[in-house]
Design a protein around this ligand. Sequence first.
Ligand SMILES: [Zn+2]
Ligand SMILES: [Zn+2]
Length: 141
Amino acid sequence: MNTVDYLQHHDIKPSVQRLAIMDYLQSHCTHPTVDEIFTALSPQMPTLSRTTVYNTLKLFVQMDVARMLTIDENNIHYDGCTTPHSHFHCKRCGKILDISHLPCPISDLSPEGLVIDEVHLYYKGVCPACRESGKSDIEQE
Ligand SMILES: [Zn+2]
Ligand SMILES: [Zn+2]
């Protein structure tokens, strides 16, 4: 499904800016912030504002085409992948990585009758790149 159809399928009017933001989200699985998306797109789209990026992402989350990640207490990150998966936050470089092999339990209906459609599971630690580069300053490993 192309991006226009994808947005229309979710009742989102595919404006040029929305398409650009969705394309960026889907081609950058780095869980970008509003600022990162704005900085990346604004050279090609001089009329784009931070507020538009923010409002568009908010709409995407409401319409279920993006997820908001609050794993990092300093920044809100966005994910264009809505399939349930877990996240890992590196405490050194701040990168957010997808984890597909660790459990991310999901069931539609809990015994209490709660209907669950999102699960956010966050792991924190040190990513391989940081572990490589900072071996000597890790005290216990
Ligand atoms: Zn790292
Ligand atoms: Zn993700």
